[in-house]
Design a protein around this ligand. Sequence first.
Ligand code: SAH
Ligand code: AVI
Length: 337
Amino acid sequence: MASPPTRAIPAAAAKAAAATIRIDSHLDGGEERSLADDVLDGLTRPFKELPPKHFYDARGAELFDRICELPEYYPTRTERSILEQRAVEIAEATGAVELVELGSGTAAKTRVLLDALHAAGTLKRYVPLDVTEAMVRDCARELTAEYPGLRVHGVIGDFERHLDQVPEADGPRIVAFLGGTIGNFPPGSRRRFLRQIARLLGPQDHLLMGTDLVKDPGVLEAAYDDSAGVTAEFNRNVLRVLNRELEADFDPEDFEHVALFDREHEWIEMRLRARRELTHTIRRLDLEVRFEAGEISAKFTPERLTGDLAAAGLEIATWMTDSEELFALTLSRRSDR
Ligand code: SAH
Ligand code: AVI
């Protein structure tokens, strides 16, 4: 997912863009508190874990961009190719006047969808929501320059806490949740989050979700343990976040990155395994931790995905996949509409 080159925007265009951009931030310094709470909660459990949002500081976001370009990391290019093949059909089926995107990042693939909605003549507004402020601001500036007449209402926030800050729709809309990010939730929170998304949808709205599918464990493990070591660096970067934000004393090099496919749960487990017995202090929290921590990336069968969506009151209207069935894009609607 390479960022498009930054272009110089002429003064008149910049002024016009400013009139069409609105950005609301709901983080207001509370992020550090939420990191402290998540560390107290997540790193004192026997199976230590941290919510993925803490991986995406500026360096983490840059490393994730590099992951998207790796030969082993098939999800980004596969999802993009499905979008390229099906975007016109999605635009026609939804008649969407706006696109809300959760965890929008650099919105690189989103442009394929925006192109189709723009060409269909329906698109009025794009609402990116992401926890990383710079990404929301940069993409608002770039997209208003790229799509004349498009309004962008950026929401800087946590999609688990701030979905109620998404502005009211003024016509049919698509809520997009791309990249397979749904797989970064453990099963219980995944269903709770899908229910929250369902509440955002009116009878004429659609959820467009990208989901990574279960496949050969060798392919999966390579995607999360690339030969260039970028994913390992992305995983270790969370320790740098803890050092900076909470005065912890980790040396990231003391930890090795491990990616294993858990066949029972059908998820990739990314772990940071201490190379030797280590006890670390997180000074601001006065907390000592003995280590092994990580994140998960769940992979789906069509049955599991249908079940999770059904539990949230959603049903799949269109199932879209690539020829190798590596990745799925689904267009879903509320089942009670
Ligand atoms: N949608 C993009 C980016 C996926 S990476 C793609 O398909 O390539 C996951 C994105 O979700 C990152 O931009 C990260 O900052 C954001 N994110 C992760 N947890 C979040 C949370 N709790 N609230 C809001 N954004 C979050
Ligand atoms: C953002 N998310 C869907 C990525 C994934 O594939 O689970 C995060 C990631 N972590 C390591 N590589 C990619």
